[in-house]
Design a protein around this ligand. Structure first.
Ligand SMILES: NC(=O)C1=CN([C@@H]2O[C@H](COP(=O)(O)OP(=O)(O)OC[C@H]3O[C@@H](n4cnc5c(N)ncnc54)[C@H](OP(=O)(O)O)[C@@H]3O)[C@@H](O)[C@H]2O)C=CC1
Ligand SMILES: O=CC(=O)O
Length: 373
């Protein structure tokens, strides 16, 4: 078995089991880990020291080199991994090839030439296409290999990809990430994994290169569900923050001061502190595309529907993101959802946080207050 020659798993959890020992175990899916392993089976922070290069899976594939996939693959290359890349738009492979990555011209060829293949695709449709479509990764999978899908998709999609991959004898792990462009660049992602535990252990040193922590959540679907719940909350938070910024401005307050006030209190969040200042300037440099946030809300609402859980706040937020999409903001950062709340006026111009409008509005609010006093 190709993988077996290199795999010592999970320095982080202090378990040094070879991959061959795991796969050849009579109870493959229930191999007997030490108590230490069961203690850290749910949550593991990143290993404090880096895993020696010769303990990493030998050949790593990476499919999908968008905002997230590119820096994730780059971190693997920089850590000394042997990485083979593929992306639908080939030009996005070039910077990684110049860093030392190999290139194959289809997901199938990548999977055939690698031990563990990661995929980071836009949505359920592309995740299925790349895994199971014509010349998809499944065509190159076989026993001893693993497929780790880190895209944000719904549980049903993940389950169907899992079935196809496992029908080849390979292992499957869903591992969506929490954390955006900057955490991806800094190797600070949070992995929400579920599926084959032995592949989780094999992939752990790689996850630790790309992320700061990882959760193992059990059966396929649980990682997807956790990610959707997190992003449902995030989408609603951003919509609510947008309302607050615009309301503060309309009543004559400085939205930048609101951002500062929030940063010091109980609802402080890195998301508000990082995105707030640019939102005040009506700037939305893309880290997490708005179309993906709306996709996640749509999928989260489907998840809620499947268990009859009311989610009225998320449903309202979803409508707002749909409006933003219809205004051509799909590829802007999801903080551009604030634009959906700006009232059209002056021949179609929407309001903005220009200091001029802020000052004049503050004056007129004060005038109104005096007049009614
Ligand atoms: N950006 C973020 O902050 C975060 C994103 N995510 C999730 O990660 C995933 C990727 O996000 P991100 O990198 O931002 O997205 P991007 O839109 O930047 O990249 C999407 C990737 O999917 C590929 N793709 C899209 N459609 C197809 C298709 N039909 N066939 C093959 N490949 C396709 C794109 O290829 P091409 O280059 O050819 O278009 C590209 O590689 C999404 O599921 C997103 O929800 C999770 C956490 C954070
Ligand atoms: O999915 C987006 C994120 O920031 O996490």
């Amino acid at each position: 078995m190709e993988m077996a020659k290199t795999l010592m798993v999970n320095a982080n959890c202090r378990n040094h089991l070879s991959f061959s020992a795991i796969l050849n175990s009579p109870k493959n899916t229930k191999f007997s880990f030490s108590k230490t392993m069961s203690m850290c089976s749910s949550f593991c922070p990143r290993a404090s020291s880096s895993t020696p290069k010769d303990e990493l899976p030998a050949r790593i594939g990476f499919l999908g080199l968008g905002i997230m996939g590119s820096p994730m693959a780059q971190n693997l290359i920089k850590a000394g991994c042997d990485v083979t890349v593929w992306n639908r738009t080939k030009s996005k492979c070039d910077p990684l090839i110049s860093l030392g990555a190999k290139y194959k011209s289809s997901p199938e060829e990548v999977a055939a030439s690698c031990d563990v293949t990661f995929s980071m695709l836009a949505d359920p449709e592309s995740a299925v296409e790349v895994a199971c479509g014509n010349h998809g990764a499944a065509g190159g999978m076989s026993p001893g290999k693993g497929y780790v899908d880190v895209s944000t998709v719904d549980g049903a999609t993940s389950t169907s990809i899992s079935s196809r991959i496992k029908s080849t004898g390979a292992l499957y792990l869903e591992a969506p990430v929490s954390g955006s462009k900057k955490p991806a660049e800094d190797g600070q992602l949070i992995f929400l994994t579920a599926g084959d535990k032995s592949l989780y252990e094999t992939a752990a040193p790689l996850l630790d290169i790309m992320g700061k922590s990882r959760f193992y959540l059990g059966d396929v679907g649980n990682g997807a569900a956790m990610k959707l719940v997190v992003n449902m909350i995030m989408g609603s938070m951003m919509a609510s923050f947008s309302e607050g910024l615009l309301l503060s401005e309309k009543v004559g307050l400085d939205p930048s001061t609101l951002v500062e006030v929030i940063s010091q209190g109980a609802i402080s969040s890195p998301m508000y502190s990082t995105k707030g200042p640019s939102m005040v300037q009506s700037l939305y440099p893309t880290a997490f595309p708005l179309k993906h946030q709306q996709k996640d809300l749509r999928l989260a609402l489907g998840l809620a529907e499947s268990v009859s859980q009311p989610t009225p706040i998320a449903a309202a937020a979803n409508e707002l993101y749909k409006v933003a999409k219809s205004r051509g903001l799909s590829n802007q950062d999801f903080s551009a959802v604030i634009e959906a709340l700006k009232v059209a006026r002056f021949g179609g111009q929407t309001s903005s946080f220009s200091s001029e409008t802020r000052v004049s509005r503050r004056r007129s609010v004060r005038r109104g207050a005096c007049a009614s006093a």
